[in-house]
Design a protein around this ligand. Sequence first.
Ligand code: GLC
Length: 555
Amino acid sequence: MSPEWWRNAVVYQIYPRSFADADGDGVGDLPGITGRLPALVELGVDALWLSPFYRSPQADAGYDVADYCDVDPLFGSLADFDALIGQAHRLGLKVIVDLVPNHSSDEHPWFQAALAAPAGSPERARYLFRDGVGPGGNEPPNNWPSVFGGPAWTRTTDADGSPGQWYLHLFDTKQPDFDWTNPEVRAEFLRVLRFWLDRGVDGFRVDVANALIKADGLPDVTSDAETNMMSTILTATSGAGDAIVHSGPTSPMWDQDGVHEIYRDWRRLLDEYPGDRMMVAEAWVSPLSRLARYVRPDEMHQAFNFEYLSAPWDAAAILAVIDSSIAVNDSVGAPTTWVLSNHDVVRHASRFGLADLTLRPNGIGATDDQPDAVLGLRRARAATLLMLGLPGSAYLYQGEELGLPEHTALDDDLRQDPTWMRSGQLERGRDGCRIPLPWEADAPGLGFGPTGRTWLPQPESYSALARDRQVGVNGSTLELYRAALATRRERDLGNGALRWVPSAPSVLTFSNGPVTVIANLGDGPVPLPPGELLLASGELVDGALPPDTAAWLVG
Ligand code: GLC
């Protein structure tokens, strides 16, 4: 019997507002995606993950959902969704949708009802409303900070105009957290899951899966690392993952044991459906052994491997994270996943070009130190070739197949990520990795849509990287991805097993079945291992592998 599809799948993340625009308003939409599906088949991915397209005031680009069972008119309609998934399935692509269960939008009917209802009412009990402390209840109920900056509490105003209770939002003010101890909330999300499963989705990416349950009594955070939570989720330092502390006994809001019961319920529901439906956890949890708890046999199927994403361009660090990832996932029978970029982090073609690789900034602005674009792309191509040679499942973020850099000089006035304002303009935020894709170099808006409008401006560098400039061009990043994905499929690398081959300290070499993967992270050229060269991320020099280059060989 062949393994479940998700065990070895390469999943391509679509950020709908920036993928392709069919109606010309400058914001990508579902028909835009449907129209471009053939490009994804040509690329050779197995599945798509769509970031949220639900009804939403877009306070956090759709991660603030006002109706979980409808499409926002900005992106189209439910009929457009049905057309998209129908076409994707005909083309052999699986479709995963984003589920945002930790919080809704403040414009969700439940939250509006809660605001209109008195303290202590069943309407308020679906969220986390509390009285303030201190004289007049003027202080927030505890000291929790919001991930986006500022306090995690906002005070409401009662009908008579007087200050009322406070509500919890781990993210933006417009993203109130649900109270997951309330059975009504649990029942509602089972309904939402069924709604999309009945519509044929193949799985769910579960947003902040480690946050749904908070410690009893909502106690203050005590550790500096957590009080300074801005540094945890979006600006985590790289390396050993030391700053990623969304877990552990000291954290009252992250990685509480109670979350697992929720995923067991969901797993039972998914198992009722035919066809290997799956869930993948977005959980910035450290260490990996805590993350593995989300993918035990009766819980989720996968979890994003952010420790891999956070590893610096350093052979020892990458080797260590690969080994521990495989070990902890093996211990629970889950496939290991790999990821280098997504809509929350600086694109890896820019990250790897930063002078200080131990930093992972939350966005880069025009006045910040700029990455070395040539070095960054060179390393990014090598890093991708290394990643796609690993057994397990890999996640790609739209545009990385074009080698797109971060927009590092975006006008600050155009920034839309709530992080920018909430951090008092200290953190640039994530707009720079969310720029509309360049499809055609000579078309207005680089072919993003029919009118040339784009909700954020594209940097000049995107023109030369437009897809039509890369198709069929030997050595282009797009052709490198296509060749790697085709070979990965042909050789079944996703189902393979990794065996390290002894190498110099700055070189990583492993075999996966018949294929040998080598990456040179050092300063000088290294000889290739024996075998026929299948692919290289850059040109060889006198038959040797130059620095910041990876290759695949066979035989
Ligand atoms: C996740 C999403 C991020 C969003 C946050 C709040 O981390 O990936 O984009 O802002 O959750 O929903």
